[in-house]
Design a protein around this ligand. Structure first.
Ligand code: SAM
Length: 289
């Protein structure tokens, strides 16, 4: 079994198995050992940890995870990668379970129950970029017991998760991530660290789950419906964006009076509101809906 994380051994494995990259699966494999060490360090992977890896590819980061963690669960959608992982790159490790599935369709709560007695796991992944947001939202909304999520994403997406009101990147993803976790960009990773080279730079971001959300609302789903509606029409005022969203069933008059109670102008846009203000607005609207 060759140690991966460098161009030579990666190419050797790809050629041995006649593997062709599938663009539709967002396959860009890490070929830089230094970055891999840094990711393990950023994720604070410890000897007693159970780690979920989303998209192991040919098993590059999985090898590092297996060396550091007690238990690794690696979920890979591409069936062509499974024999490479099972018979070659991960064959020496007895603390890894390889699952050939779409991460968005898997019952992660059941896996955490089975592999870690329902105790919080760590997620570490170089994510397929085409489904970054559904993966993150799925992890949070399914309430899988989680310690932290340390993931490679597009640099712009990492920035979007960290920003607050008044910036152009602020949106539904920033608010959702900050409701559930503390985001921290750990490092920027140049495109040259991957094979094939992506068109964008990447960043590793660590999302450390809050013990409890920083704001309290009686209806979490309603909060996220309001946030989504506010940013679906981000150039519109909140009164119009929320009033036009049929699924919310809100009268424009009610929205206006909620804004007035909060001391906000009737022309306020969603992009100006903090998470705390969205929570307050949700409470007002919840009481009159
Ligand atoms: N971890 C490897 C590395 O760092 O070299 C590969 C990372 S690559 C960016 C993303 C991986 O996710 C690919 O192996 C791809 O096949 C896999 N993948 C894509 N969509 C997936 C899905 N819905 N569920 C599970 N794995 C997926």
């Amino acid at each position: 079994m060759a140690a991966l994380g460098n161009p030579t051994n990666t190419i050797a494995i790809l050629q041995k198995y006649h593997f062709n990259f599938q663009k539709k699966y967002g396959q860009n494999f890490l070929i830089d050992a230094n970055i891999l060490e840094k990711i393990i360090h950023a994720a604070d992977v410890r000897a007693n940890d159970c780690v979920l890896e989303i998209g192991p590819g040919i098993g590059t980061m999985t090898q590092y995870l297996c060396e550091h963690a007690r238990e690794v669960v690696a979920v890979e959608i591409d069936p062509k990668l499974i024999p490479i992982l099972e018979q070659d790159t991960l064959s020496a490790y007895h603390n890894v379970t390889i699952i050939n599935q779409d991460i968005l369709k898997l019952d992660l709560n059941a896996i955490v129950q089975e592999k870690n007695n329902g105790k919080p796991i760590k997620v570490v992944a170089n994510l397929p970029y085409y489904i970054t947001t559904p993966i993150i939202m799925g992890l949070f909304e399914s309430h899988v017991p989680l310690d932290s999520i340390t993931i490679m994403v597009q640099k712009e997406v990492a920035e979007r998760m960290q920003v607050g009101p008044g910036t152009k990147d602020y949106g539904a993803l920033s608010l959702a991530v900050q409701y559930y976790a503390k985001p921290e960009v750990m490092m920027i990773v140049p495109a040259g660290c991957f094979m094939p080279r992506p068109n964008v730079d990447s960043a590793v971001i660590k999302l450390t789950r809050h013990d409890k959300p920083p704001v309290t609302v009686s209806d979490e789903k309603f909060l996220f419906h309001i946030i989504r509606a506010a940013f679906n029409q981000r150039r519109k005022t909140l009164v119009n964006a929320l009033g036009n969203a049929a699924e919310l069933h809100l009268e424009k008059g009610s929205i206006l009076s909620a804004l007035e109670k909060m001391g906000l102008s009737p022309t306020t846009r969603g992009e100006a509101l903090t998470l705390g203000e969205f929570a307050e607005l949700t409470q007002f609207l919840d009481e009159i809906k």
